[in-house]
Design a protein around this ligand. Structure first.
Ligand code: CP
Length: 304
């Protein structure tokens, strides 16, 4: 029996016996052996999801995708219960999670975090799950996939993006993706919600925009990214909302998209959300498939 206190840090056994030197060295060599998981099989491999901003669809669809690929998701979701509460930075959080050697790191953050720099600093692929106003590439991809899957093509599609384009990372990613895939974009919304230098066709009148378009995407007013409060409520809904008043202006084969979450009674109402032309929940379903394919691609492609 040992004379050491049973509270000794290495006193791990329930019968209060200390581990022997030999046992501890065996433990060390086991740790060394396990340090590099076999990349040929996903058993025991993890995917780190570091979500520094709120999310439902993106986080849960990435989680589902990881589970389907045999990766166990490790989740940081907001500050609560993590050392972010103690003042640890987002960058340090990601570096520490990456030090646990997940197969991939998936990050949602504000503009303040330099995701691109961190991607260069860590050893594994980093996937952008929404980055401030800069971009939300997996959302743009799943939107484009949803249209492509419905129509059998995406080139030539004319998407009217309505609402708070200036503060939307989804719109930013569509600006890039449209050029690659060959679809057209036009914008509609109050002047203060449109980018100062858009370089896209804009419509002040929703009716004209709907006439031009083949699909319409309503955006949530991003109140959390507005410096001096956002213009919302009845005026906005009457002029720009997809609702009982504007639904009759849509063509029979228009597609109604929304990245979610929605503010009912503002940019969209229940009737438009549930209209037969709405593919909003289809977008969510397709989000799992797109993210699964992207995580698989990251695993195959390694760092790049
Ligand atoms: N569209 C989207 O990013 O939704 P979440 O914020 O719920 O992930």
């Amino acid at each position: 029996m040992s004379s050491r206190s049973p509270n000794s840090l290495i006193d791990l056994k329930p019968n209060n016996q200390l581990c022997s030197r030999q046992e501890i060295l065996h433990l060390f060599s086991t740790v060394q052996k396990n340090a590099k998981p076999d990349p040929a099989q996903n058993l025991g491999r993890t995917a780190a999801l570091v979500f520094l901003e709120a999310s439902t669809r993106t986080r849960l669809s990435f989680e589902t995708a990881c589970v389907r690929l045999g990766l166990h998701p490790l989740i940081v979701s907001g500050k609560s219960g993590t050392s972010l509460e103690k003042g640890e930075t987002g960058r340090d959080t990601i570096h520490n999670v990456a030090a646990m050697n997940p197969a991939v790191v998936i990050v949602r953050s504000g503009d303040d975090l330099d995701q691109e720099k961190i991607a260069d600093e860590i050893q594994m692929p980093l996937l952008n799950a929404g980055w401030g106003k800069k971009g939300h590439p997996t959302q743009a991809l799943l939107d484009a996939y949803t249209i492509w899957n419905r129509r059998g093509r995406i080139e030539g599609e004319k998407i009217l993006i309505v609402g708070d384009v200036r503060h939307s990372r989804v719109a930013s990613s569509h600006f890039e993706l449209a050029q690659i895939l060959g679809y057209e974009i036009a914008l509609c919304g109050p002047e203060e919600y449109l980018p100062e230098t858009a370089g896209f066709k804009t419509f002040a009148d929703l009716r004209e925009g709907l006439q031009w378009s083949t699909s319409v995407m309503a955006l949530r007013v991003q109140t959390e990214r507005h410096a001096g409060g956002a213009k919302m409520g009845r005026d906005y809904a009457e002029i720009y909302g997809l609702n009982l008043r504007s639904l009759p202006l849509l063509k029979k084969d228009h597609l109604i998209l929304h990245p979610g979450p929605v503010n009912y009674g503002v940019e969209i109402d229940e009737a438009a959300y549930r209209d037969s032309r709405s593919v909003i929940l289809e977008q969510v379903t397709n989000g799992v498939g797109i993210r699964q394919a992207l995580v698989a691609r990251a695993l195959e492609g390694g760092k790049r």
